[in-house]
Design a protein around this ligand. Structure first.
Ligand SMILES: Nc1nc2c(ncn2[C@@H]2O[C@H](COP(=O)(O)OP(=O)(O)OP(=O)(O)O)[C@@H](O)[C@H]2O)c(=O)[nH]1
Length: 380
């Protein structure tokens, strides 16, 4: 079965193939001026914060595979730059990187347009610097954006925490949280909810934080989570992540808590698979794909744990963690994975149908919780 995805998206044909060989999202659209995109319908993630707080570095490291050390040479952003993240059907948005010195009283910016179509606003605070000025700017930005669009998700990245000790990190987070919410209450906006994340480009925390932001923009998230729960329960899997391979952000995981170490292991596995695929895989234009539906990646750790990766489609991969003892029924896991992949495909199709018919309320549909699309055929 196959179907065409959105015009600009990558067609999902339900069949696995090689991971993208360039491991990028295509050319960086940095020079595009903001006005050209006013008609774009993709959800928008805005990156804001003071100068040198690390906005461009975050975007380059997460979405363009820049190594953290190279960000030292990034030049200051002096106009709004827009980056299209056109990946699998679930991961499609635009990131707008704002210059640090943006002035909200500058009439050349059309704030109704900027905030109107915005899904999430990430405000980056440099935790290694004095953050009082940043907090003022945060308050100004959030209240202005909320007045225009109360549906925006507000995310605060307390960034560059790599330079801080554990105690100081927690203390900074507590202090910033307290001051930011007090400021909002004082200005009469106690209904605004801010989410806080401790981040650094030098470890996996930035990918984890971005995963959580992106997940909030995926309306199908509950269905995906439920599918993963069902898969885990029927296959003795302890933890599973649905990864966007190019960026290593996870677009869904099961409902057990995420521990950072497991996430890091899975990210490292993806790096290994990409590297091996790059060395030994065949070129995309060649007929025989390096991956087919029989292909998989398996890493056995010396603590009796197994990491198991299967491609869901060109950009999505399922990475599972399970006990080695439970992996002797690999056939069952594989069989259930095929059912899972079909179910994901149905979620895609349903989303496309909804978009086509402008259906926004999907309550009661068969894929809202994923139960019925996986109910038949699972083996355990
Ligand atoms: N230690 C540390 N430094 C970081 C981190 N993220 C970014 N930086 C550094 O912070 C500096 C500024 O980063 P940029 O990404 O240019 O900051 P920006 O917010 O885009 O700056 P403007 O474009 O001027 O608004 C660079 O030297 C980065 O290497 C981090 O997580 N930890």
């Amino acid at each position: 079965m196959s179907y065409q995805d959105d015009e600009e998206g990558v067609p999902f044909d339900g069949n696995p193939s090689s991971f993208p060989k360039d491991f990028g999202y295509g050319p960086f659209d940095g020079d595009q001026e903001i006005m050209s995109s006013s008609g774009d319908q993709k959800p928008r993630i805005l990156l804001m914060g003071l100068r040198r707080s690390g906005k461009s570095s975050i975007q380059k490291v997460v979405f363009h595979k820049m190594s953290p050390n190279e960000t030292l040479f990034l030049e200051s952003t002096n106009k709004i730059v827009k980056d299209d993240i056109n990946n699998s059907s679930f991961v499609q948005f635009q990131i707008w990187d704002f210059p640090g010195q943006i002035d909200f009283f500058d009439s050349t910016f059309d704030y109704d347009m900027i905030f109107g179509g915005c899904g999430a606003l990430i405000f980056v605070i440099d935790a290694q610097d004095d953050y009082l000025e940043a907090l003022n700017k945060l308050n100004l930005t959030v209240t202005k954006a909320y007045k225009i669009n109360p549906n925006i998700k507000f995310e605060v990245f307390i960034h560059k925490v790599d330079g801080l000790g554990d105690d100081f990190k927690m203390e900074s987070q507590r202090d910033i949280h307290q001051r930011a919410t007090d400021d909002l209450n004082d200005s009469g906006y106690d209904q605004i909810h801010l989410s806080f994340h401790l981040t650094s480009i030098y470890d996996h925390s930035i990918f984890e934080a971005f995963s959580k932001v992106v997940q909030k923009l995926i309306p199908q998230l509950p269905a995906l989570e439920n599918l993963l729960n069902i898969l885990n329960n029927n296959s003795a899997i302890e933890k599973s992540f649905l990864f966007d391979v190019v960026s290593k952000i996870y677009i869904a995981t099961d409902s057990t808590p995420v521990d950072m170490q497991s996430y890091e292991l899975c990210c490292d596995m993806i790096d290994v698979v990409i590297d091996v695929s790059w060395i030994y895989g065949v070129k995309e234009e060649q007929d025989a794909a390096a991956f087919d539906e029989q292909s998989f990646s398996l890493i056995k750790l010396n603590n009796g744990t197994v990491l198991y990766l299967r491609e869901v489609n060109k950009f999505l991969a399922l990475v599972c963690i399970l006990r080695e003892d439970n992996f002797d029924h690999k056939g069952t896991v594989d069989f259930n994975f095929l059912i899972f992949r079909n179910a994901i495909q149905q979620v895609f199709e349903f989303r496309n149908k909804c978009q086509a018919t402008q259906m926004t309320n999907s309550i009661g549909s068969p894929v809202v919780n994923g139960n019925s699309v996986m109910a038949e055929g699972l083996s355990n």
